[in-house]
Design a protein around this ligand. Sequence first.
Ligand SMILES: Nc1ncnc2c1ncn2[C@@H]1O[C@H](COP(=O)(O)OP(=O)(O)OP(=O)(O)O)[C@@H](O)[C@H]1O
Ligand SMILES: [Mg+2]
Length: 263
Amino acid sequence: MLEIKNLKAGYNGMEILRGVDFAVETGEIVAIIGPNGAGKSTLLKSVFNLADIYSGEIVFKDKNIIKLPTHQLISLGISYVPQGRQVFGNLTVLENLEMGAFVFKDKELIQRNIDDVFEKFPMLKEKKSEEACNLSGGQQQMLAIGRALIQDPELLLFDEPSLGLDPKTMKEVFAKIQEINKEGIAIVIVEQNAKQAVAIANRTYVLEDGKIALQGGSEILRQEKIKSIYLGGSPNKKNPVSHIAKQDFRLLLAAYCLFVSLI
Ligand SMILES: Nc1ncnc2c1ncn2[C@@H]1O[C@H](COP(=O)(O)OP(=O)(O)OP(=O)(O)O)[C@@H](O)[C@H]1O
Ligand SMILES: [Mg+2]
């Protein structure tokens, strides 16, 4: 379904991914783990055209998708739940969901997809008129997932869905991800919480300093090399804070502009 070959990518000429091979088959859950700054988010952003691609291939359903604009990627069947959720705090739950539907023109289809999301997340229906900033972290994560599901994806990319959540909420989020997968949606999940991610994944890749250091099934966490990868950290880490940059917001800004132009 998704095949990435010898991908070199980064930001403003700086190479972060240094030759990554990565694949997802239909219906799979694939985890990407690795230390801070290894390039996990950059790998997802490369698929979603939010990082600069220097060389290599990204093929989705036999189509080269490098440099395709966001709305085309979504129309092809790829959706993205970004790190930090990035819901619009001063919009209501319903408005946030409608933002996710910006690729569709058919109002009935949008309503059907919203109803499907409400069925999956009754809490979102209950709180549909509340501003997103009043939701808890876990509820905002569910909203971010709902906003992506509205797009009816075949492949869903999750960046750190459990970040900042308490253990109980984290469990709920992982259970929801498994439930979504059972409905036939392939999942890529980037996680700090390696144990949980590996437990639900069919296959796992370990990214270290912009390269795949290990790949395998659930036995991967028992491999000796894992310890040195995590203890060693990643020399690729440059500036952990200042990069909450334009790439993350490009998608949301585009969605917002479209939303405003539609109302
Ligand atoms: N928009 C950006 N502009 C410049 N450098 C960036 C940008 N985003 C990330 N980086 C840099 O790229 C490298 C890899 O970052 P990335 O966010 O992909 O790592 P990660 O594995 O997701 O880390 P974390 O676990 O902290 O989320 C880091 O050195 C980071 O500072
Ligand atoms: Mg990251």
